[in-house]
Design a protein around this ligand. Structure first.
Ligand code: SF4
Length: 100
């Protein structure tokens, strides 16, 4: 049985918090960058190809910023679900509602 290959994937800098310890905002307010959907599809394909070549199962840790704020967050999760890709979300609790 293959073992997991863990990947931390930073999909956006976007976040409405300003924690003092945060490296993203440690030097003021940088230009917020967010991955485009096409770039995410390419990255996901590269992750899958890398894991195939290593004989490992991808385990993706989505992070940012707050990954929930990425405009394609739910599209990406739908893709993971369709593929059976394991993941967890390293976000913050501020946008977690009952429906989320
Ligand atoms: S990304 Fe995380 S650590 Fe940085 S400001 Fe947002 S909640 Fe705080």
């Amino acid at each position: 049985m293959s073992s997991y290959f863990s990947i931390q994937w930073h999909i956006t800098d976007d976040c409405d918090q300003r924690c003092k310890h945060c490296y993203i905002f440690s030097e003021g307010h940088p230009c917020i960058t967010t991955m485009a959907w096409e770039e995410m599809l390419r990255t996901y394909a590269q992750i899958q190809a890398l894991c195939r070549s290593l004989g490992r199962i991808p385990y993706i840790y989505l992070t940012g910023g707050d990954p929930v704020l990425h405009p394609a967050f739910w599209d990406l999760l739908a893709l993971f679900k369709a593929d059976g890709t394991r993941f967890c979300v390293m976000g913050n609790p501020f946008h977690l509602t009952e429906s989320v």
